[in-house]
Design a protein around this ligand. Structure first.
Ligand code: ACM
Length: 265
């Protein structure tokens, strides 16, 4: 299976331009016969907003919005795509990741760990991160800063995800390394699609990557590369959690000793 990360530079408040950037990267992904594609967080809107009006102007409903429709169309013929979308719902705005496969909307994950000023614009998601089954493959989804909470990747592994599809707008320099660890500790593939560029003084770190179940980087893009980075992966390798002949990263857990993890403070 050919998995890709699409590294692009969206522009805040330029919805139409962003749509064209998305169309271009989808077209490139089709040319290289990608099966599964991840696009960055908030790829339809840009990131560094100055007002609620600006966020509203780029927000769209899923799956009715124009970005969703492009993604739906790309996902026909057995493909699967997850992209970060600035989403409008009845309740308010969400920083979301929408998943589409076979021309259908599989579901939407709403970011549960909001970063910095995202709290000013977006409602926090309140549902566990999802795993979608598609053609006997299992895709887990989380968004950007969720990387800093190892519980998220662990939950996805417990829900039998084989790969974590991870739309991002990274500014801190640690995530790409942390995702290597998430791969190792969960024996899982990861695909982090980051954006590039500088928006209102905030620089994004590019370096989108795909890791294998042992944390090896199969792809690592440059700081400002744009386009597709891809790898051919055998997702079934993530079904075994064996660390040694007598150790297994899920079976050896001691949840009875971890109850502190589910207390609020
Ligand atoms: C982030 O969550 N966009 C850092």
């Amino acid at each position: 299976m050919r998995v890709a990360v699409g590294q692009i530079e969206p522009h805040v408040s330029e919805y139409k331009r962003n749509l064209q950037i998305i169309r271009d990267v989808l077209s490139e992904a089709k040319d290289v016969e990608i099966d599964v594609l991840v696009l960055p967080e908030l790829c339809n809107s840009g990131y560094v907003f100055e007002s609620r009006e600006e966020v509203e102007a780029s927000a769209e409903s899923i799956p009715e919005g124009q970005t969703s429709r492009e993604l739906i169309s790309w996902s026909r013929d057995g493909r699967f795509v997850v992209a970060g979308i600035c989403e409008r719902t009845k309740e308010g705005l969400h920083n979301s990741a929408a998943a589409f496969g076979d021309g259908k909307h599989f579901g939407t994950y709403r970011k549960i760990h909001l970063f910095l000023n995202e709290r000013d614009w977006f409602l926090q998601g309140n549902e566990e991160p999802p795993v979608y089954e598609h053609n006997e493959n299992r895709f887990g989804v989380m968004i950007c800063f969720d990387w800093a909470f190892p519980e998220v990747a662990r939950i996805l592994a417990l829900k039998q995800a084989q790969i974590i599809l991870h739309p991002s707008n990274l500014v801190l320099p640690y995530c790409q390394d942390a995702m290597v660890t998430r791969s190792i500790e969960n024996h899982i593939f990861t695909a982090t699609a980051n954006r590039t560029g500088t928006e209102r003084g905030v620089t994004f770190s590019g370096s989108s990557q795909i890791t294998d179940v042992n944390g090896k980087r199969l792809v690592r893009m440059g700081l400002s590369d744009s386009g597709i980075g891809w790898a051919d992966v055998e997702l079934k390798l993530a079904d075994s959690k064996s660390i040694t002949a007598r150790n297994d990263s899920l079976r050896d857990r001691r949840p009875g000793l971890y109850t502190r993890l589910t207390q609020d403070d």
